[in-house]
Design a protein around this ligand. Sequence first.
Ligand code: DAH
Length: 434
Amino acid sequence: MLIRKGTFLLTRQLHLGRPSYTKAASILQGSTWEIDGKVLQKDDRWNLSPAVLRLLERQLLNEPANPLALLKQRLINFFHKEYRKPGNRSPLFTVCDREPRVVTVFDNFDSLLVPKDHVSRRASDTYYVNAENCLRAHTSAHQFSLMKQGLDNFLVIGDVYRRDEINSTHYPCFHQVEGVRLYSPEELFGNAQHRDFELFEDVERTKEKQGKLTEDATKALEISLKSTLEKLCDTFFGQCEKRWVDAYFPFTHPSYELEVFYEGKWLEVLGCGVMEQKLLNDAGITDKAGWAFGIGLERIAMVLYGIPDIRLFWSRDSGFLSQFSGKAPEDTVKYQPISAYPQVTFDVSFFLPPNCEFNDMSADVYDTIRTVGGELIEQVELTDEFTNKKKNTKSQTYRIVYRSNDRVLTKEEVNIVHKEVEKQLIDQFGVKIR
Ligand code: DAH
């Protein structure tokens, strides 16, 4: 479900982190907290746990081998290619992926017209630093200030935080992309026609539209919004069946969700709508109207890459990460489940025989390791290469990750296989083990 019962917020998703207890402990004791260049005074509303402090440190989108980082780049590439400034010189959408993750309560809720008594404001739902500041619960929290700064077309990408129980589909941190596009009348209706159409009027609000925006403006925005998002969806999922579902968000009207029929199931992809004109007016914009959308990245990445559990995004297991590292954002990657049994890692280092080139050697080494180790070899990586000019020697180091699909391997039994790898490298290619 994109919409949670009783709230408008996208379903939250989950994670596994590695502890850094001492840092978290010292943060918990101090009266101030520093994050993303801000120093904040804690007060009695502070409810950040050691676990969420650890999540804040990780920043998955900055890890190039993380599938979420690949998906983020794929989405940016789409917008940069499809939408250019007049003259085609530069991308239309500004990418904002370094916004501070602590925002004001005003930015996270009030600016977006979230009612004062909305459940999402509760201390049981949101991480508060103090009475005025919280961790952003959605990337929408940056709409107001970015518009105020004068941006018309932008994408906000980042990690968002919500307090929740932890289970297979919920976790306190997940990742979102926000898109906003503002139009002047000329941009919306075209230079030639815009005099025949109005953006604004002042009538009763209906189920179909806001009172302040004309039907023409509402329709034109809806067409632009839906065609943009359908195209985006096609780049992710190919030409799939899609459907638009009416929705409710406090900051858009009318509001929609987009669903795609992918691999036999309807999947909710995003929430969006025509931006509430009050939001723009409050940000000082009185001559434009616009649309906005919000996408949760985890859900899409899981479907696209076949990742069965949200916790895997936070895995540091090289069996997971190596399947994505070095991939281009547009590559098709299907995740192969990794074994639940632990890895055993051994290095092999050797001098190459005289007159042997690095490149010639590596292909043979990979083959030999796989031949000897068979199913037990999960990964082989060339980790070091070195030429000693004086002694006229070349050496290489390979890291071999051993893992079984059906049992725990002991160091002793892996050592036997590893010794055989070394023996074969010596016998077949004349290397000298270091
Ligand atoms: N902020 C919403 C959420 O987290 C998602 C969203 C919906 C963003 C509609 C938008 C929008 O910009 O127009 O659930």
